[in-house]
Design a protein around this ligand. Structure first.
Ligand code: CUA
Length: 283
């Protein structure tokens, strides 16, 4: 059978087109890593978010040398945490869930984009090479203030990324002659040990203490304060660990017991000597 040259050409062209279409569709659905959120994903009921180990406290966690996991909660009309901070040269898996209605989670200027459905957890893995700042927007209409729903994603230089947290606790008052303790808790969210120095300052006293906090662990430090050395009055104190600082004021009073007896409810009503003295600091 003889086929006309033009007919052959059209046959070949049609075949090329068909193969091209199939290749495009395959690439679009597999090659770009686009996937749908479906029932096979993990589920999490919105009422369980607060008690959930990961989403109860939305945060970024280190899971490997350069690997991090970010647990993000979307709700009308915010993202938590905000900003989300990750280091450069890292691979971050975002787990995003919604507390109320359907939201979106899109990192502006990238192809990181997902729908966030209450009850479902959307998962996205992104690599960040360079320090940068990105906006996060919600791209699913979620209510009156949908257009204001935005967040921030900050990729900080690797050396500046900090997973240390500091908290300090102390009494407000101590009786002259007694000792009191300022407690500092250093939390190390990173996988590697944290070796640093904690500095405690009150009045003209300075105490330095070396501290090593194991990976993803906390250490408690106690600084003892001798009220006799300070003398009566207000004394500001600070605890410093690297770039973190906590501070407060300790009041040394002559007679703590007298304060307790009069209590807060009688304050000012029948001003005793103690009340009058402490009046300035009570407010
Ligand atoms: Cu959330 Cu729109």
């Amino acid at each position: 059978m003889r086929i006309h040259t033009y007919e052959k050409l059209w046959l070949v062209a049609a075949l090329v087109l068909i193969v091209g279409f199939i290749a495009t569709i395959t690439y679009g659905s597999v090659g770009l890593g686009i996937s749908m959120i479906d029932d096979s994903e993990e589920t999490l009921s919105p009422d369980e978010i607060n008690d959930d180990e990961r989403f109860g406290e939305p945060r970024v966690e280190q899971v490997g040398e350069n690997e991090y996991e970010a647990y993000v909660v979307a709700q009308t009309f915010i993202f938590q945490p905000d900003p989300i901070e990750v280091p450069a040269n890292s691979r971050v898996t975002f787990y995003v869930t919604s507390r109320d209605v359907i939201h979106g989670f899109a990192v502006v200027g990238t192809n990181t984009n997902t729908m966030v459905i209450p009850g479902e957890v959307s998962t996205l893995t992104v690599e960040f090479d360079e320090p940068d700042e990105y906006g996060i927007v919600c791209n699913e209409y979620c209510g009156d203030f949908h257009h204001t729903m935005e967040g921030q994603l900050t990729v900080v230089p690797e050396a500046e990324f900090d997973m240390t947290e500091l908290e300090a606790e102390a009494d407000d008052e101590v009786e002259l002659g007694d000792e009191t303790t300022v407690t500092a808790t250093v939390e190390n969210g990173a996988l590697n040990d944290l070796e640093t120095t904690a500095t405690f300052e009150i009045g003209d006293q300075t105490v330095e203490e070396d501290v090593t906090v194991a990976g993803q662990d906390t250490e408690e430090l106690a600084f003892t304060v001798d009220s006799t050395e300070l003398g009566e009055g207000d004394h500001d104190w600070t605890v410093t660990v690297d770039d973190h600082e906590e501070s407060g004021t300790l009041t040394v009073v002559e007679d703590l017991e007298g304060e307790d007896e009069t209590g807060a409810d009688t304050d000012g009503a029948n001003g005793t000597d103690e009340d009058a003295e402490a009046g300035d600091t009570d407010a």
